[in-house]
Design a protein around this ligand. Structure first.
Ligand code: J9Q
Length: 223
């Protein structure tokens, strides 16, 4: 998969997406990631990419010309243009899945109070929010989005199983997990996990997963 991220804070994506599994996905040739500085498409002598809002209001608005120039330079027939914005549909695992078959993603990161709506209307295929809270800029959200998509690409995770079996892929939270020591300051690992009864352990994990889902995420149980 090819991914181009367009942001005024390229370092905010380069470091996080260069580490660990995302870094290895690139070394393995499974991900071709380029992080672009939007200012390179600014024609303003001060390299400005934003301007005052028409009709008044707080803050600045990201202007059309640099964003149009960026997308027009980067897009091909097969590109899907994604805008990180708190106004988009909320990202969940099903929406993440839907991006895994795209050969090319162009991820636009908004900043400031907003982005000229003509960008959304004319260029953007998908608006994506990573959750109901306000970030300082879209590059933070882009890291979350790219990580969630790329880890699902074939060959990216060493252990193919873990992509499918992780929390949420079955719509429920996982059972709690433990490692050595068996007794830490008097806090003991549940007996059943030490028993070696694989069927009983599986049943316990399923029940604990359900219990934790009901406790922490009742919204996941109401389909
Ligand atoms: C660009 N808060 O928030 C949640 N998902 C995306 C965002 C976001 C933000 C500010 C700018 C994206």
């Amino acid at each position: 998969m090819k991914i181009d991220i367009v942001t005024i804070f390229p370092e905010m994506c380069r470091a996080p997406l260069g580490e660990s599994i995302m870094g290895r996905a690139q070394e393995k040739g499974l991900l071709q990631l380029t992080v672009h500085d939007l200012r390179q498409w600014s024609t303003d002598k001060h390299r400005r990419v934003d301007d005052m809002p028409y009709g008044g209001g707080q803050g600045m608005v990201m202007a059309c010309p640099p964003l149009f120039a960026a997308v027009e330079a980067l897009r091909t027939e097969s590109s899907r243009v994604v805008l990180m914005t708190p106004q988009g549909p909320r990202l969940d695992q099903a929406l993440v899945q839907s991006f895994t078959t795209a050969p090319h993603l162009i991820v636009l990161c908004g900043h400031y109070e907003g982005i000229d709506h003509r960008v959304v209307e004319a260029l953007v295929d998908d608006e994506v929010s990573i959750g109901d809270y306000i970030l300082t800029n879209g590059a933070i959200a882009a890291n979350v989005f790219v990580d969630a998509v790329v880890r699902l690409l074939p060959g990216v995770l060493g252990d193919e199983r873990s992509a499918v079996e992780d929390s949420f892929s079955e719509g429920l939270i996982e059972a709690p997990c433990y490692t050595r020591p068996e007794d830490f300051r008097g806090m003991k690992v549940p007996e059943i996990l030490l028993s070696g009864h694989h069927a009983k352990i599986a049943a316990w994990k399923k029940a604990e997963g359900r219990r934790r889902t009901a406790q922490n995420r009742p919204d996941l149980l109401q389909e």
